[in-house]
Design a protein around this ligand. Structure first.
Ligand code: HEC
Ligand code: HEC
Ligand code: HEC
Length: 349
């Protein structure tokens, strides 16, 4: 080998080392602090160690689209801005065990943006963090929805509020720039003026106007069911606790009024079933599938008021929960063992 080629080799080697050093120095700190993605991919360190400790997690990961697309464990478990408190030193890596949408955001920006603006985000957030992290304005708006509208002058309640659990349907019925049903009611029926702007609604004057003009036609608030009762009628009422359209309290109020009007005799002809987690007549996470007609039929035939009705929740045609519905004021109580998705582990009391 000539001296010339040895010299050239040394110069090239030196240039390469210097180049590598400069490139390394120019890298942002986060990259040099932590083993980078390429390193994790190359060594498979997380997966290798965890397949000994928690094989199921690695197995699940291996079967995911993330794995086939080269997304690594650290891609998700890398602490993001705002997760400084959750940062843990873990076998030479800095990771977070508490993954939030911020960790998914890195790659799914659009879905992240949709999620944080959705009504999914607010209830799950408040279930975990209470009011923390919500603006005073957001908390105030939610409180108003739970409380229902009142007359600003007299303080009287105009209509009961919605119950906790109804939030899953707020997006359709309450949120957004337009009103759902209430706006059209005032525009076309109360004011009969298509240009009327719902923002101008006066909860004192305009409610009184609606009552004066339309209550005689629309209201069905009489608690006098004596005629119905005296010819042997049986009334089975049911209402979803999570109804976001008609407040479930309206049924409770009616139930109470009928009982007050008729006295103890009412209990022979009136039964109310409040359905936890059910939306407007159906839907929601509650057990919304139950045979009302069969219950009334049995009541008439046997003369015995139903004290519970078997109900189920169905997802994609498959029953994934059963529960007894209990005649108000009884509620379903868990007996303390067995699946909470199985009606036989509950008792009405
Ligand atoms: C040397 C083996 C080893 C390596 C390498 C390793 N882990 Fe772990 N990891 C464990 C063990 C063992 C546990 C359970 C005990 C514990 O919490 O320390 C664990 C726990 C965890 C937890 C739960 C921590 C908690 O506080 O709940 C997460 C998340 C995690 N690992 C992710 C990772 C990620 C991501 C990587 C790669 C960047 C990784 N691990 C690398 C062994 C390892
Ligand atoms: C697509 C993102 C993603 C990837 C990729 C991913 N994880 Fe996770 N990991 C999560 C989420 C989300 C959780 C649930 C966190 C929670 O319960 O708060 C989790 C939970 C865990 C836990 C349990 C933490 C605890 O507190 O008990 C461990 C351990 C873990 N992952 C390890 C790994 C390992 C090892 C890999 C790679 C083989 C990996 N993860 C890949 C998102 C991911
Ligand atoms: C490092 C980038 C990255 C991160 C971080 C990440 N993902 Fe993904 N994700 C991907 C890629 C790439 C795909 C595959 C896209 C495709 O094939 O359409 C994917 C696909 C998915 C899919 C579709 C899976 C399927 O089988 O069709 C879901 C759901 C998903 N990601 C959820 C999440 C969630 C939840 C998190 C946070 C816990 C997360 N991702 C974090 C890159 C990432």
């Amino acid at each position: 080998m000539s001296f010339r080629s040895v010299f050239i080799a040394i110069v090239i080697a030196f240039a390469l080392i210097l180049g590598a050093f400069l490139v390394q120095r120019a890298r942002p700190r986060v990259e040099t602090d932590q083993p980078n993605v390429e390193f994790v991919k190359a060594t498979g360190k997380c997966a290798e160690c965890h397949s000994r400790q928690q094989y199921s997690i690695v197995h699940e990961f291996e079967m995911s689209k993330h794995a086939t697309q080269g997304v690594t464990c650290l891609d998700c478990h890398q602490p993001q801005k705002g997760q400084e408190k959750d940062k843990i030193d873990h076998n030479g890596f800095q990771i977070t065990a508490h993954i939030t949408p911020a960790n998914c955001r890195v790659c799914h920006e659009q879905i992240y943006q949709e999620f944080v603006r959705s009504r999914h985000a607010a209830p799950s957030w408040s279930a975990v963090f209470g009011e923390g992290g919500l603006t005073a304005e957001q908390v105030d708006a939610a409180k108003k929805i739970y409380a229902g509208p009142t007359n600003p002058r007299t303080g009287d309640r105009i209509y009961p509020g919605l119950e906790p659990g109804s939030e899953f349907a707020w997006s359709t019925l309450i949120a957004g720039p337009e009103t759902f049903l209430g706006g059209d009611f005032f525009t076309y029926m109360v004011f009969q003026d298509p240009t009327w702007d719902f923002h101008t609604l006066d909860f004192d004057r305009d409610i009184a106007l609606a009552d004066a003009t339309l209550a005689p036609i629309i209201d069905s608030t009489s608690s006098d069911l004596s005629g119905f009762r005296s010819r042997g009628g049986k009334l089975l009422m049911y209402h979803g606790w999570a109804d976001p359209l008609v407040s479930p309290d309206t049924s409770l109020i009616m139930f109470k009024r009928i009982n007050e009007a008729v006295g103890r005799a009412a209990s022979g002809s009136l039964a109310l079933f409040m359905v936890p987690g059910m939306g407007h007549c159906q839907g929601g996470p509650g057990t919304d599938q139950f045979d009302k007609v069969a219950a009334v039929d049995q009541w008439i035939e046997s003369g015995t008021k139903p004290l519970s009705i078997p109900a189920s929740h169905v997802t994609g045609g498959i029953v994934d929960r059963t529960r007894p519905l209990c005649a108000y004021p009884a509620t379903a109580h868990y007996l303390g063992s067995g699946s909470t998705n199985d009606a036989k582990n509950f008792q009405c009391k």
